[in-house]
Design a protein around this ligand. Structure first.
Ligand code: COA
Length: 221
């Protein structure tokens, strides 16, 4: 499996929405990714499996997505000519999305608002790549720290954040509206410091040795 990280696009919405609903089924209403993509403050990135493409007709059409239907209609109204196979037109194929992360930057702080990896693809290093992306992009946007909230019961995600240098700095009581669960506030130190950069370099090297080289659509610093 080869990983590719790039900014999220409109055509990714059905796949990202499916991962979001699987990861956060009780969080209502579901996020409006179309609006988030237009929001200048929000930064959304996806991790894709480079060895796979997905036929948009097969993407379950999520609440806000219509690409499956649109493509099906295109095929009905534009059938293949004799000898032509229109099922392999590249525009009908999308990157296969495995996970996504969203964050916003305000002043010197990047705040991770959401992060999820498709359930059957978890524990293969993609959460780490998404976090590395946030650190890199946040530095580009002149942020000095990264913060987030995480459910007190979500020890898997907490382990990921601890591995990347986050520390628990506080608790938000009854933060989650579905079950009034508390959230830990977790924050990094200065992400522009040489200690943090060197931790990221070490973690990335270990990650590459374990999972192979990932490709990014932007220059990683
Ligand atoms: C949290 C999440 C994004 C992690 O993604 P992932 O791709 O599975 O994580 P990775 O494979 O990159 O894991 C990296 C590290 O995180 C920690 N970790 C991740 N999942 C873990 C789990 N279930 N139990 C214990 N540690 C876990 C480990 O330290 C792991 O390092 P290791 O492989 O050396 O043990 C994923 O579990 C997920 O989508 N969960 C549902 C949504 C969610 O809870 N999001 C967080 C909201 S705050």
């Amino acid at each position: 499996m080869s990983y590719y990280i790039r900014p999220m696009r409109k055509e990714d919405i059905p796949q990202v929405s499916r991962i979001d609903r699987e990861a956060f089924p009780t969080m209502l209403p579901p996020p409006n990714f179309e609006r988030e993509l237009r929001n200048q403050m929000t930064h959304l990135y996806v991790v894709c499996d480079e060895d796979k493409k997905i036929d948009q007709v097969d993407i379950p059409v999520a609440r806000t997505g219509t690409s499956g239907l649109v493509n099906r209609l295109k095929r009905w109204f534009n059938p293949a000519r004799p000898g032509e196979d229109n099922t392999f037109q590249p525009e009908n194929y999308s990157d296969y999305i495995c996970g996504y992360v969203g964050f916003w930057v305000m002043a010197d702080e990047a705040h991770i608002t959401t992060i999820a990896v498709s359930e059957e693809l978890q524990r293969r290093g993609m959460g780490e790549l998404l976090l590395l992306t946030v650190f890199d992009r946040a530095r580009e946007l002149y942020a000095n720290i990264v913060t987030l909230e995480v459910r007190v019961s979500n020890t898997g995600a907490q382990n990921l954040y601890l591995k990347y240098g986050f520390k628990q700095v506080g608790v938000r009581k009854a933060y989650y509206t579905d079950n009034r669960e508390d959230a830990y506030i977790m924050t990094t130190g200065d992400i522009t410091s040489s200690e943090c950069r060197s931790l990221m370099r070490d973690l990335y090297q270990t990650h590459t040795a374990r999972w192979g080289e990932a490709r990014f659509s932007f220059p990683v610093h």
